[in-house]
Design a protein around this ligand. Structure first.
Ligand SMILES: CC(C)(COP(=O)(O)OP(=O)(O)OC[C@H]1O[C@@H](n2cnc3c(N)ncnc32)[C@H](O)[C@@H]1OP(=O)(O)O)[C@@H](O)C(=O)NCCC(=O)NCCS
Length: 191
């Protein structure tokens, strides 16, 4: 038997696809990159999804405020938030593009224009790189000219992905959406 490489695509989250998302949670995937390995958080996400699937899909599509927000009242409104799933025929992860429509700026309190996460059992196949490239093309089609992408300084895989698409570090420091001790690289990517 010859296994063919599957090309990942970005798809809009749907109720039909929610089963794959649920399975990923069951297998320990965290939809929030800041909470990788946080079993209590993942369990709570799974329980919330099983209790209310319509509400869960709504939260996925209309993203809630950042999880570790130092100021829970920080507004995340006035934002275009394109929440997408990475799919290779199966659920493979998520990738978001978020921006203020009038200015193209990163919405206040949001850690960068783009966020992504690939399920652990499909990592190392180029999926995040492909998703990021697709989101950059998408951003260009929306008139954005520059993107800010944040990544924890110790996240070597994500750094590789961002640098591969031309990301250059602008600033090093914390971000209010995460713990103050968490040092982040602020990358600038020309679109
Ligand atoms: C970061 C992440 C999205 C990468 O996803 P992915 O689909 O595995 O990424 P890709 O396969 O496109 O590329 C990863 C690259 O990093 C490299 N890499 C992986 N671990 C690495 C490490 N510890 N040190 C250096 N490079 C590493 C891989 O070898 C690969 O490069 P290659 O194609 O030249 O071999 C994935 O690890 C993930 O979801 N992590 C948890 C959530 C997260 O951190 N999201 C990003 C927030 S900024």
């Amino acid at each position: 038997m010859i296994t063919l490489a599957k090309t990942p695509v970005l798809v809009t989250p749907t109720m039909d696809g929610l089963g794959g998302y649920e399975d990923a949670l069951k297998r320990g995937w965290s939809p929030d990159p800041r909470r990788v390995g946080d079993a209590a958080y993942i369990k709570a996400e799974l329980a919330a999804l099983r209790k209310d699937r319509v509400g869960a899909l709504d939260r996925i599509l209309n993203h809630p405020a950042p999880a570790h927000n130092a100021s829970p009242t920080m507004p995340v409104n006035h934002t275009l938030w394109h929440a997408l799933w990475i799919s290779d025929g199966e659920f493979a992860g998520k990738a978001d593009l978020r921006y203020v429509p009038e200015t193209g700026a990163v919405p206040q309190g949001v850690p960068g224009h783009i966020g992504y996460s690939v399920v652990p059992w499909k990592q190392g196949r180029g999926y995040a790189t492909a998703a990021l490239r697709a989101l950059i093309d998408f951003a260009r089609s929306k008139g954005l000219t520059e993107l800010q992408i944040l990544c924890n300084v110790e996240n070597l895989a994500s750094r590789t992905v961002i640098e591969r698409v031309g990301g250059e570090v602008d600033f090093v420091g914390p971000h209010p959406s995460d713990w103050l001790e968490q040092v982040k690289l602020y990358y600038r990517v020309r679109v």
